[in-house]
Ligand binder design. Structure first.
Ligand code: ATP
Ligand code: HSE
Length: 321
């Protein structure tokens, strides 16, 4: 469960009183997520998500995330929107943290995505990329290639406790990615964390996207690579080409890939695997005392990284132009 910050009943009542959503009936910590503290808030006007922004979220980035949600929803993307206080503010402060009340999105995330979910995800991701094209705010990707070496530096000493030789392996991978990282690919606003737990379905129908707190400006194909990693590996960590094809077909029917995007996929997937390996490793080695959180296993992403290292070109994934 990710609840890093406790909120007293009095603080909560005073916070909610600033909004036109009625009085609090119940508020429960949510047993999922690792980044922020999330609560299911039930008030006299219905259900909402109360989020307290924690460690990785810079306060100055919050207007970008909240405005983006509003922008995407206005462009027809199914995603929750922040609720404004009576004074028109989307962002407040609760228990010493920046906090927001977000609309509740119906649906459930899929534990074992099938081909049909990957196809729907691909389409939704492409619609997201297109819908962001006239969003005027900009946020460089704070977790892109140039940030990986400093991020790794804090974990290198202890990396070998996770897997033998991991420290040296990380340094070699950083050398490779920094030397070969593609430049000039089509770019815009990307989600950057569209894992299965951030995509809701009702049956096989995708009902919406959540968790925009890593959204930023970067290459669209990098976002696709993040999804290939998160959606197209089986529990035994074998790569499922059928799911990858479905995801890419879904995506490219809405927003076709350029040849350069297609050719860059193996490298982008390596980078995407390293990015999540590094943040997981960082968190694994530093679980805050008393926090109700289950850190995610870095070894899963080490195996995915090794898989992509063994791939020569996009065709080796069984994918065609
Ligand atoms: N708008 C929403 N509507 C319904 N449920 C939501 C909403 N936002 C969050 N949740 C619930 O809270 C959980 C955690 O939310 P979220 O993914 O934003 O947290 P996080 O800590 O940022 O997690 P992550 O590890 O994915 O970055 C979700 O899996 C979902 O169950
Ligand atoms: N989706 C991330 C956690 C949230 O950033 C991971 O699985 O490592």
């Amino acid at each position: 469960m990710a609840v890093y910050t406790d909120v007293s009943d009095e603080e909560l009542a005073a916070f909610v009183a600033q909004y036109d959503i009625g009085g609090v009936l119940a508020c429960k910590g949510i047993a999922e997520g690792v980044e922020n503290s999330n609560f299911l808030l039930h008030t006299q006007k219905g259900y909402f998500i109360l989020t307290l922004y924690e460690k990785r979220v810079e306060r100055s980035d919050l207007p970008f995330f909240l405005e983006l949600m509003k922008h995407l929803a206005a462009r027809g993307i199914s995603c929750p929107t922040p609720v404004a206080s009576r004074e028109g503010a989307m962002l407040g402060e609760l228990a010493g943290r920046p906090a927001a009340i977000i609309g509740f999105l119906d649906g459930m995330w899929v534990r074992r995505p099938k081909r049909v979910h990957c196809a729907a995800l691909g389409e939704a991701l492409a619609h997201f990329h297109l819908a962001g094209s006239d969003f005027t705010m900009c946020r460089p990707n704070a977790l892109s290639v140039e940030s990986w070496r400093p991020l790794a530096a804090g974990s290198l000493d202890e990396a070998d406790s996770i897997a033998e030789g991991l420290g040296a392996e990380l340094v070699a991978e950083l050398d490779h990615l920094e030397a070969h990282w593609p430049k000039g690919l089509p770019s815009g606003v990307i989600h950057a964390d569209l894992f299965p737990d951030n995509v809701f379905f009702i049956g096989d129908r995708l009902s919406g996207l959540i968790d925009f707190y890593f959204a930023c400006n970067d290459a669209f194909a990098y976002d696709v690579a993040i999804c290939l990693n998160a959606w197209c590996f089986e529990p035994d960590l074998s790569f499922n080409v059928t799911k990858a094809r479905a995801l890419l077909d879904g995506y490219t029917t809405v927003r076709p890939f350029t040849p350069a995007e297609f050719d860059s996929l193996p490298l982008l997937a390596r980078g995407a695997a390293l990015r999540f390996l590094l943040t997981r490793l960082h968190d694994w080695l530093r679980v805050p005392e008393g926090a109700l959180v289950t850190p995610k296993d870095p070894r899963e992403y080490l195996k995915k990284l090794r898989f992509h290292q063994s791939v020569g070109s996009s065709s080796d994934y069984g994918l065609d132009h």
